[in-house]
Design a protein around this ligand. Structure first.
Ligand code: CUA
Length: 338
């Protein structure tokens, strides 16, 4: 294939690959709320204005080079008329530059005020960053009070939400690009973001501040639901775990209790009250485990429990080698935590 044809084939393909990253469930260019829409508008206005400046500059450069083509007898000798015109052009360009800079600075300032000036929150959620997962506690109003979960943030569509941010160890940063900009979680400092998610969708957030070995595997699933669906979800999540329904699950709960699991994990309604790792009361209702790294499937759970370090080197959870029948019973128990 001739090189031109190869480039002709590869260029649109490359453009598709690049643009594919600009939409979807983790993209600031696919805004799903007023705050993200303001940020997106700011981004595109800056891109358009600065792109136009670049194009005009390149055209002026091309024009200057074209007009200066050919050798002159005395290239360094100045002539009064072109010099006078150059002063006018330079002054006009400087004036335009200052005007554009002030306009963009004004836009940036106005958008920042709009983004941080959210309506009064109808729901408050405390999100705490741990190496490397997210602790989520709903603070009110009813029926969300007392609801604790991990790594999967549910939000009611159209309801202003205040997300309070804290860290249990190092600095993290919460970023759900479809909803808002990055906001740091800093040990000892109260931080917050206020936002509205416009419509039901499933989005992906990501820790955006390097926080150690598994920073890249500190993802957050964000599920935006209708108010009725959110209320139903919250009511179910607020319940303690259902007692195991059969012998195998009871055996699984005994395995869970006998191993080191309850030292770190809580299962509300049982004696397991660890506060170091994610709350597991309704773990099987979540879409993913290991802070977004693995799907919530039996095989992924089995593999994660047997050797979490194979998936997430440096993770604080120890490997838990189990006899096959104990492992199966434990998996039955965990899958029953819906
Ligand atoms: Cu937490 Cu990066």
């Amino acid at each position: 294939m001739p090189i031109q044809r190869r480039i002709g084939t590869a260029a649109p393909l490359g453009a598709c690959v690049l643009l594919a990253g600009c939409s979807g469930w983790q993209s600031a260019l696919d805004p799903q709320g007023p705050q993200a829409r303001d940020l997106s508008t700011t981004f595109w206005t800056f891109t358009a204005a600065l792109g136009l400046v670049w194009v005009l500059t390149m055209l002026a450069l091309a024009l200057a080079l074209w007009r200066a083509r050919g050798a002159r007898d005395a290239p360094l000798e100045s002539t009064p008329r072109p010099q006078g015109r150059a002063i006018i052009v330079t002054a006009a360009a400087s004036g335009a530059t200052v005007a554009i800079l002030f306009a963009l600075a004004g836009l940036s300032f106005a958008m920042q005020r709009r983004v941080t000036d959210a309506p009064p929150a109808g729901l408050s959620v405390a999100v705490t960053g741990y190496q490397w997962w997210w602790h989520i506690a709903y603070e009110g109003p009813e029926p969300a009070v007392g609801l604790v979960t991990a790594n999967e943030l549910h939000l009611p569509a159209g309801v202003p939400v205040r997300i309070r941010l804290a860290s249990a160890d190092v600095i993290h940063s919460l970023w759900v690009p479809n909803l808002f900009g990055k906001q740091d979680l800093i040990p000892g400092i109260d931080n917050a973001v206020e936002l509205v998610a416009s419509r039901p969708s499933v989005l992906r957030g990501q820790c955006a501040e390097f926080c150690g070995l598994q920073h890249a595997h500190m993802a957050l699933t964000v599920v935006v639901q209708s108010k009725a669906e959110f209320d139903a979800w919250a009511a179910a999540q607020r319940q303690p775990a259902q007692p195991p329904a059969d012998d195998k699950r009871r055996a699984g709960q005994a395995v869970f209790a006998a191993r080191s699991c309850p030292v770190c994990h809580s299962v509300r309604g049982t004696d397991a009250a660890g506060a170091v790792g994610p709350d597991l009361t309704h773990v099987a209702s979540r879409r993913r485990i290991a802070s977004g790294l693995l799907p919530m499937t039996r095989s992924a759970l089995a593999s994660w429990i047997a050797d979490p370090h194979a998936h997430k080197p440096g993770v604080h959870m120890p490997a838990t080698p189990l006899e096959p029948h104990d492992a199966e019973a434990l998996l039955d128990y965990l899958e029953g935590l819906t």
